[in-house]
Design a protein around this ligand. Structure first.
Ligand SMILES: *Cc1c(COP(=O)(O)O)cnc(C)c1O
Ligand SMILES: [Zn+2]
Length: 478
């Protein structure tokens, strides 16, 4: 039984003349109502987009009109950094919209990081999505998917996750008490910060004897069988919420597009959502200049980089040759290659939103690069030294910007926005190992991943339990 069948007899069945779902395969293009619960096109299995009848929607004439919404922040929906842009994602009626105050995030000028990257101070900005209620950008998308689940009357929601998606889902379920969260995790890989959230928020946590890909496969089977609403990355409604990250970046820059948006790439939901945001804003005549997009893979999970740069998989006028990706996945299977990086949130070899990301790269004249775990951790330490902690995956954006600057792709005077996707406290193990004085611990956590040095380590100073010695040490080191 599917969720839509479950609820079709109830009175809250929603149909909308403002929004619909559409298959992104140009040779299919089938459309479905927003009340349908689908994870792919039933006809051809391609990804679905949420689309709008813009002529029926009261979209502001200029983006600065959105600023007025913030003056009504006593209303939860206008306080939300996602829903105050409701007119850009109007798939749900306002009385069904759910918020826990997501998206109150800051675009921060970071001059010390600018110097590290090699950009003129004043021109580098960090969009700190770690400041979301569950500590990662995932809340932007989850409030939208959760709203859709609520709209169609779901009672249980599930996901497989490397950690942040499950933390976010568990939080929305716990705060609203509207649904039960069921999360699937593989053995071993999830960081303690993320696991602790899911457990404390009361999610039913199913640990599969297998890795993330296994957890993903099983959650799909089980959700289908039990009619549980699936909020994993393939859910098109999540991307709608994530579009608003770009709206907030533009707002902070007084509605002037930056030259570059740099974002880590895992399942490629963020990059896809950013591209969709700019496509729609351009179509509506709300922006002139399109920023260029840089998507950064970890070296141990570099599918997009390989396919885009080495095997020339491009959007190709809406007909990307996806066989190239299938062939590559077969090769990965044959050589038993598994994704492996300290940046666990992007430790993914089969990005589900690949095709949508190709569209975004095409529209935003994008580039793709990969960075090593060494580069990620050094960049992370520099971000932290600037006072904004992030988790390893997030720092891939800064490490990627540095490489693009060295290659001359990003110019010294370009205005660059790096997305910091998650909070530092999500994964303290990596941070403590980087700064440790214990070589054995360093080797155990990081050495195995090819990290040989901690160039920006801030090591604790060991002293005897003695005032004189402590005073001496402080005078010596400060
Ligand atoms: C999910 C996640 C990513 C990857 O984002 P995609 O949209 O899947 O590419 C990156 N960083 C963090 C912290 C995440 O939680
Ligand atoms: Zn289709």
């Amino acid at each position: 039984m599917s969720v839509s069948q479950q609820t079709s007899s109830t009175s809250n069945r929603i149909t909308s003349d403002l929004a619909y779902q559409q298959c992104m395969n140009v040779d299919c293009g089938a459309t479905y109502g927003v009340e349908e619960v689908l994870t792919s096109c039933p006809k051809c299995r391609d990804l679905l987009d949420v689309r709008y009848n813009w002529d029926k929607i009261n979209v502001p004439e200029k983006l600065s009109d959105f600023e007025g919404m913030w003056t009504k922040r006593y209303q939860p929906l206008r306080f939300s950094g996602v829903w105050r842009f409701h007119e850009m994602l109007p798939f749900a009626p306002e009385n069904k919209v759910i918020t826990v105050g997501e998206g109150q995030t800051l675009l921060q000028q970071a001059n010390s990081v600018a110097r590290y990257v090699g950009i003129r101070p004043g021109q580098l900005y960090l969009q700190y999505e770690g400041m979301n209620p569950s500590g990662s950008f995932k809340d932007n998308g989850m409030c939208a998917a959760f709203t859709h689940a609520h709209m169609i009357g779901a009672k249980r929601a599930a996901c497989a996750s490397t950690g942040n998606t499950s933390a976010s889902l568990a939080m929305y379920c716990a705060v609203t008490q509207l649904m039960k969260a069921v999360i699937f995790i593989g053995s071993g890989k999830i960081s303690y910060g993320k696991l602790s959230q899911a457990l404390e928020y009361g999610a039913l946590t199913v640990q599969i004897a297998g890795d993330f890909d296994d957890a993903m496969a099983r959650v799909k089977d089980v959700s289908k069988e039990l009619g549980i609403y699936l909020v994993n990355s393939i859910n098109p409604f999540r991307l709608e919420g994530q579009k608003t990250i770009m709206l907030r970046v533009l707002e902070a820059l007084r509605w002037e597009s930056p030259d570059w948006i740099v974002v880590p790439g895992g399942n490629l939901g963020n990059s896809s959502a950013f591209g969709k945001a700019f496509i729609e804003l351009k179509q509506l005549g709300l922006i002139e200049k399109i920023p260029r997009l840089a998507v950064i893979n970890a070296g141990g999970a570099d599918t997009l980089d390989v396919l885009f740069n080495q095997r020339n998989l491009k959007w190709n006028g809406a007909r990307p040759r996806m066989e190239t990706a299938c062939r590559y996945y077969d090769e990965l299977d044959q050589s038993h290659s598994k994704a492996d990086t300290i940046a666990s949130a992007i430790e993914i070899n089969r990005p589900v939103n690949l095709k949508k990301c190709l569209r975004a790269l095409d529209f935003c004249d994008g580039v793709v690069r990969q960075v090593s775990d060494q580069e990620i951790l050094d960049a992370k330490a520099q971000v932290g030294a600037g006072g904004i902690g992030c988790e390893p995956a997030s720092a891939a954006s800064v490490a990627g910007a540095k490489i693009l600057r060295q290659q001359g792709v990003i110019g010294m005077d370009d205005r660059v926005v790096c997305i910091l996707t998650g909070h530092q406290l999500k994964d303290p193990t990596a941070t403590v190992a980087y700064h440790t004085t214990d070589q054995e611990k360093f080797n155990q956590v990081l050495g195995a991943r090819g990290v040989s040095r901690a160039s920006f380590a801030n090591r604790a100073v060991a002293v005897p339990n003695d005032v004189e010695a402590i005073v001496k040490a402080i005078q010596l080191y400060s």
